[in-house]
Design a protein around this ligand. Sequence first.
Ligand SMILES: Nc1ncnc2c1ncn2[C@@H]1O[C@H](COP(=O)(O)OP(=O)(O)OP(=O)(O)O)[C@@H](O)[C@H]1O
Length: 359
Amino acid sequence: MSALAASLRAVRGSFTLDAALNVRDGEVLALLGPNGAGKSTVLALLAGLRAPELGYVQVGDRTLTRIRPGERSIVVPPEKRGIGLLGQDPRLFPHLDVAANVAFGPRSQGASAVQAADTAREWLERVGLADAGGRMPAQLSGGQQQRAAIARALAARPEVLLLDEPLASLDVQTAPAIRELLRTTLREAGTTAVIVTHDVLDAIVLAGRTAVLESGRIAQEGTTAQLLSAPTTPFTARIAGVNLVIGVGDRGRVRVADVLFSAPADATPILDGGPSAAVFRPSSVIVSLTRAEGSSVRNQWQAVIEALEPTESGIRVRTGPIPVAADVTPATVAELSLAVGSPVWLAVKAAEVAIHPTA
Ligand SMILES: Nc1ncnc2c1ncn2[C@@H]1O[C@H](COP(=O)(O)OP(=O)(O)OP(=O)(O)O)[C@@H](O)[C@H]1O
């Protein structure tokens, strides 16, 4: 078990990754980000499957990767890094039974056959597969295979475990149990881990800290709770289920194009001209065809409907050019004849808006 520190610069065609990560000993860091943000690239660089153009990967006091101009490069090969990888697919060795799959790590680290078999038995018990050791991987369900893959990954006692969308290929009935299994086993093993995920629930359940990667850069980082309560990028806001519009501070308000977003007077102070964000819930946005009169609604602007999406409780109206979502009832959609391309007025009460400075 060791802390992980990395600083990575890598270029792929027109894409540049430029990110630094620090994960404390025993900590789980979630790496969230939209498609193409560079998450897989980060994992490949940490795992030693690729070398960066510049940077380093350090686990505890071992340097696994170091590329510096004018210096001899260090890239320890993947199998010698002490880093485990658990992917979306279990990728068990198909010709070995489940127990032998789990025993593989300890065995290749020099444990005797008996010791390795004992370790495998313990791990299979922990992941709820005590009776499956003699079966072949193909005889297990997808969820059972992923349990076996977790056991195999952790039985090898990696110093750092990298998890790449570990629940993505599981059905919705199976995923919660495996998520919970990962939570308890990672905690018990005290494994330093980085989990790449699209699912904010994974970050909430599994990770103490979350970093958001956007366009190859860390756009926001903090405890998962902080991140969700004060998102500072549109992506984080979207996963947190809130609207986040970015503009500049303008006498205590946030100016986005020609719209001023006001928050209650006691809101977080923001700098005039400084990058700032206004955050509010889709359910706080009122959609109408005309401008609402009255002083209680300060934040009003004209928008165009870009999409109508069904949600569990109604319809989510996505609008532009300022990207804002509004949750309305199907009755509202019918009454106002809302359709893609319809011009509308949107309003949100100042009391429903939070504003804060952004990076
Ligand atoms: N072989 C390649 N040549 C050129 N560009 C590449 C190559 N592979 C990936 N890229 C680019 O690198 C960027 C990062 O890709 P990466 O797979 O790391 O993103 P990601 O965040 O893991 O995405 P996803 O969530 O879709 O898996 C993307 O913009 C992609 O287009």
